[in-house]
Structures are given as structure tokens and as C-alpha cells.
Design a protein around this ligand. Sequence first.
Ligand code: NDP
Length: 327
Amino acid sequence: SKKIRIGIAGYGNLGRGVESAVAQNADMELVGVFSRRPPASVSLLDASVPVYPWDDIENFRDAIDVLILCGGSRTDLPEQGPALARAFTTVDSFDTHARIPEYYAAVDAAAQAGGNVALISVGWDPGLFSLNRLFGEAILPEGATYTFWGKGLSQGHSDAVRRVPGVKGGVQYTVPVPQAVQRVRDGEQPVLSTREKHKRECFVVLAEGADQAQVRDAIVTMPDYFADYDTTVTFISEETLRREHNAMPHGGFVIRSGTTGTGNKQIMEYALALDSNPEFTSSVLVAYARAAYRLKQAGERGARSVFDVAPGLLSPKSAAELRKELL
Ligand code: NDP
């Protein structure tokens, strides 16, 4: 049968991850990549996949079934999401939690107007973690939900470290505090402060002539980013930064701790341990692209989130196969 034709809009970490994830799914094919940069300057994993200028994208309306949006959440998607949902069925990973309602409204209006489906905020958080928070609340109405992140590289906090005067390079890892996780797993339902839940570990290359104590102080006292956490700063060489901190691991857990009936303790836990945050996120986007395609085929229109998508739509298997093999 006909393959689902995928396009990639924007080629950064997620774009590359989507390229490799599509190759793992036999029912899909990659039509091409669209980039705002000159196509010749964008090098793909598979050199036989074409790269097109961004402005050509509208010419591909009939050649692409689902366009996977791989732009950044801060400035790219607020503009690209609504613009592209008018012409294409889309999937994106918009992750600015506080702005999801307004993003949903803008994308929904565009998708309705264009007669398309747009799956927003797909990935692991938001995404798979959101689903597990929902399961927890719906199934155990009396209880508390905890999300722990890490150990993982945080892009935003790494950027903040690198902006500190005297810093030549660096990364930041978010790490759950083991004692807090244990108390939650034990069913204590503790009230945990920001500082009690996560710590922040920074690895920094000092610029020439900069003062270690000054740089450390500027980092650990930075409001919003570090001041509310126990933060460690370790100074390393450029060589060590390159060698030991070039991956993008992440993950975490969603835990619902509740009680049922006669006071029985019930713990639900969902965990992810990821060597590559972008490659995993991209794999989620690709599975949801299959669902977006099917929703569009079924005549649905407008924006949707992971809460609105039936899980069976993610799988290449038929409903009958799924009932037989996985139920
Ligand atoms: P990148 O910064 O790697 O890429 C974002 C965009 O920047 C690309 O689409 C690309 O657009 C452009 N770009 C990429 N490389 C370059 C370059 N060398 N020079 C200039 N421009 C470049 O971001 P990621 O792919 O890592 O992440 C995208 C978003 O995914 C994040 O903002 C985050 O919000 C979201 N995310 C969501 C998750 C979730 O669980 N929901 C998890 C992880 C990430 P173009 O090709 O057009 O130039």
C-alpha cells in the first residue's frame, strides 16, 4: 500500500532525528527537508534526500501527507506553526508549557481554515509525560503527581551559563534529588520545594583571565535559573567539554502516588532514560505523524494534542493485530 509521505520543516537536532526515525518506519517515506538556510549549507545523514528552500514549501502541498515541524519553540514555532498548518497536516513539539493555550488557538484557527489536522506539543514533555500525568490524575483522583527530570542536559540552562561573563563554554545537567524520589516512591506524598526536587550541575570552561570564584558566584546566584537550586560548578578544560559533554542525554519520571478504597497505597510510575533527547523526541514525532495522517484521512480538522489521539493510531499495526498481540 501507499507510504505516508513525510516532509521536515527545519533541520536542527530534531530535523536530523526525524530523518533517521522515518528510515526506521517501513510505512513512511521522506520527501524532503525545508530550511531557511541555503540548501547547499545543510548536510543530511542521507545525501540522496533533497533539501529545498523554505519559500518553495507551498509547492509541496500535494506531495506531502504530513509535515513535521522541527523549529525551535521560542521564536520559530509561534510563527511557523500557524503558517504551515494552513497548508499542511502538521506535527510539532512546541514545549513552552505556559504558552500552549494561545499556541493551540492560533494553530487550530489555521488548521480549521486550511482543512488540516495539526498535532501540537508532541514529544516526551510535553507529550508522553503529559499522558502519564493524565492517567495518574484520572485513575487515582486522591493523590499527588510528581514530575522529576534528568539526569539531563538542559539547553536553556546551558545557554544561561554560557552567557555569564568569563565563561568560554559549558553545559548544565538537571539531576533529580534521590532522597526526594525515594520519599515519593514510598508513598509519603511529600510537599517538595524546588530545591528539594532537583539539583543543577554545571561544567564550565573558564575564559582566559577570568576569576573562578566570580564566575561560580554569578552562576549560582542567577535568579530564575539557579538561585532556587543547589547548584554545583565544576571547572573543566575545553578538551574535556568536547570529549565528555557532547551528548544530549535526558529523561526522568512521572509518578502518581494515591490511595484507593480503604486506604490502600497505589503508586504509578513512568520513566524514560534517554541517551539522546532529540533522537527520542523525533521518534515520538514520527509515530504521531502516522496518527495525524489517519485523523486527516478520517475527515478530522483542527488542532489536537496527545490527549485527543487514540493510542492505536500511533502503531502501523491494525486494530485487530493490536488486540491479538498487545492487549
Ligand atoms: P535546533 O536549535 O537544533 O533547531 C531549531 C531550528 O534552528 C532548526 O529548525 C533550523 O531551522 C535552525 N538551525 C539548526 N541548526 C542551525 C545552524 N547551525 N545555524 C542556523 N540555524 C540552525 O533545536 P532542536 O532541534 O534541538 O529543538 C527544537 C525544539 O524542540 C526546541 O526548541 C524544543 O522546544 C523542542 N523540544 C521538545 C521536546 C518535547 O518533549 N516536547 C523535547 C526536546 C525538544 P532552519 O533549517 O530553517 O534553519
